[in-house]
Design a protein around this ligand. Structure first.
Ligand SMILES: Cc1cc2nc3c(=O)[nH]c(=O)nc-3n(C[C@H](O)[C@H](O)[C@H](O)COP(=O)(O)O)c2cc1C
Length: 354
């Protein structure tokens, strides 16, 4: 893995000059060719934690969208992530939106994407996840609905049945801004219907894997309160806060800032952390939260734990900084624990929650 790390840091300036989607495709091909990595070096016990019945070696995960088709899950675990979430996967393969559809906002350390769930479908992901069953590591699967689906709830139910048994946990993604109408599933009545169907489906599966809901950062107070009420009532195990934003902060400098799609990276850090803090308050700390959005340092991750996250995920900063970022964040977290006289990352959770 040392060789791959060295090669990837050499390749990064080159990849940064390419069209972002082409650079990503090359990265997936290169990592795929390497195959399943050796397990990473063991993590410091101060970073270990257990959440929804799973033992995490460290709390820093790879967010959905990087490994849409579960092609490089083990390679990414090999870079030191505590868990990797593959997907979003829809029942049938789909191409997504016309290209170009990923924009690098370099000056803002951000990305805008409007991919629209381009993926190879359940069958391809199922085959790959099946091949990984005997390998170590926490692998989540993120499920979605086809753009032209006549019954979106049925698409999620199908995803849970097809892929859930092969994953450590399942994320229900109803917050991508790039599938028209998808975010409507966050509305109270629709969310109740969807989550009831999923909880019922899970109860008939041999294993009760954790079910997580991934939400948007663009939710008003009422919508957040409704979601908190429904997830608590339905017994959902966790909430991932958040997906990309359709907002465009006035601070953005890059010429591509007005491209339609979801914004991720540094400008999302503070708005997504505020929604996280609010979800912690609204769920009274009774549900496990995963903080995502704009993390590019140990301090950013620490702020998410303080706001109420038990685990964190990242994606965009990896594209700017390369895989050495993961080890750096974990090292920084240990230093922050030492600074605060703490001996476990779990002691930080919710410290600054309102
Ligand atoms: C190119 C790209 C593709 C993404 N695709 C997905 C996806 O398929 N499913 C999903 O739930 N989130 C997806 N996301 C959102 C990320 O998982 C994450 O929630 C968001 O980017 C915020 O984290 P970050 O600022 O660390 O990137 C995608 C993000 C990017 C940049």
């Amino acid at each position: 893995m040392t060789l791959i790390r060295a090669l990837s840091s050499l390749a990064r300036p080159f990849l940064g000059q390419l069209d972002p989607e082409f650079a990503h495709t090359l990265t997936i091909k290169a990592l795929g060719a390497v195959g399943n990595a050796m397990p990473p070096e063991p993590d410091d016990p101060r970073l270990h934690l257990s959440a929804f019945g799973l033992e995490f070696p460290n709390p820093v995960g790879l967010a959905a969208g990087f490994d849409k088709n579960a092609q490089v899950t083990q390679a990414m675990l090999g870079f030191g992530f505590g868990f990797v979430e593959a997907g979003t996967v829809t029942p049938r393969p789909q191409d997504g939106n016309p290209k170009p559809r990923i924009f690098r906002l370099k000056e803002d350390r951000a990305v805008i994407n409007r991919l629209g769930f381009n993926n190879q479908g359940h069958a391809a992901a199922r085959k790959r996840l099946t091949a990984l069953q005997d390998l170590p590591g926490i692998r989540g699967i993120n499920i979605g609905a086809n753009k032209d689906s006549a019954d979106r709830v049925a698409d999620y139910v199908h995803g849970l049945k097809e892929l859930g048994p092969l994953a450590s946990y399942v994320t229900v993604n109803i917050s991508s801004p790039n599938t028209p109408g998808l975010r409507g599933l966050q509305n109270k009545a629709e969310l109740e219907t969807l989550l009831s169907a999923l909880v019922e489906t899970r109860s008939n599966l041999p294993r009760q894997m954790p079910l997580l809901l991934k939400i948007a950062p663009d939710l008003d107070e009422q919508a957040r309160a409704d979601i908190a009420e429904v997830v608590l009532a339905k017994g959902i195990d966790g909430v991932i806060v958040s997906n990309t934003t359709i907002a465009r902060p006035t601070t953005l400098k890059s010429s591509q800032r007005n491209e339609p799609g979801g914004l991720s990276g540094a400008p999302l850090l503070s708005p997504s952390t505020e929604v996280l803090r609010d979800m912690r308050r609204l769920t009274q700390g009774r549900i496990t939260l995963i903080g995502v959005g704009g993390i590019s340092s140990g301090a950013d991750a620490y702020a998410k734990f303080q706001a109420g996250a038990t685990l964190v995920q990242l994606y965009t900063a990896l594209t700017f900084e390369g895989p050495a970022l993961v080890a750096r964040i974990k090292r920084d977290l240990l230093q922050l624990l030492e600074r605060d006289g703490l001996n476990s990352i779990t002691q930080v959770v919710g410290q600054s929650a309102s």
